[in-house]
Ligand binder design. Structure first.
Ligand SMILES: [Zn+2]
Length: 229
């Protein structure tokens, strides 16, 4: 890196690795650098932006109802211990594991060589010098090579978050209709505000955390839009 851009290399070295390299981050960090859920949601609901806010809320409710039903249905059909994506990930790493040389240190720890890396894998602490096993909490190719030698189950070395059971649990919540706004008894001059509160209250009462997040985002977005115009 120094040969490409010396100043940039010095800059990111001074910042310290823990601040920008996921492998060195002391906390568990998801493998996406952006956590901006608002942008993702704006894209998903852009078709309803021109509606009144009560329409926006009900549109989001409908989107979530569909998402939860679709994902709950497909998760319920899984027959494997791990989710499909996790199984594919394991399959890719398992292919690479064939080319790794493994030397036993103890029954659960190993020296591994893949041509680039001379590292160690510890199956007890679920760690590898490559840091992939530690960060992703799913066996990297080095760990899989060791697991294969001991004839252990790779599923035992994956985080429960990769299991089909967790996927089903994630979508166990049900999104129900909240009733037609015209059926809400309200005082005429306070109509819009009361209908909006009714919608929000009904959604939040469904005890689905995601709904609460969505509603918060929409309220903020609408408030910002009104201030901008
Ligand atoms: Zn590794």
């Amino acid at each position: 890196m120094e040969n490409i851009n010396y100043e940039a290399t010095m800059y990111i070295t001074d910042v310290i690795f823990e601040r920008w390299a996921r492998a060195y981050n002391p906390r568990k960090r998801y493998n996406l650098m952006s956590s901006n859920i608002a942008k993702a949601m704006n894209n998903a609901i852009k078709a309803c932006r021109e509606l009144l806010i009560t329409g926006v809320i009900d549109y989001i409710r409908g989107v979530l109802q569909r998402w939860f039903y679709d994902r709950r249905t497909s998760a319920g059909k899984l027959k494997s211990t791990l989710t499909t994506k996790a199984d594919v990930n394991i399959g890719v790493n398992d292919e690479k594991a064939h080319y790794i040389t493994v030397y036993s240190i103890t029954y659960y720890s190993f020296l591994v060589k893949d041509g680039d890396l001379d590292g160690t894998v510890d199956l007890t602490s679920k760690t590898c010098t490559s840091r992939e096993f530690d960060m992703d909490e799913i066996p990297c190719e080095h760990a899989l090579a060791c697991i294969r030698i001991r004839r252990f189950s790779y599923a035992d070395y994956c985080s429960p978050y990769y299991s089909s059971a967790f996927l089903v649990a994630a979508y166990i919540g049900e999104i129900h209709p909240v009733g037609h706004p015209l059926n809400v008894v309200v005082v005429e001059e306070d109509l819009k505000r009361t209908v909006f509160r009714h919608l929000v209250r009904e959604l939040v009462n469904q005890d689905v955390q995601l709904v609460i997040v969505m509603v918060t985002i929409v309220i903020h977005a609408h408030t910002r839009d009104r201030l901008d115009h």
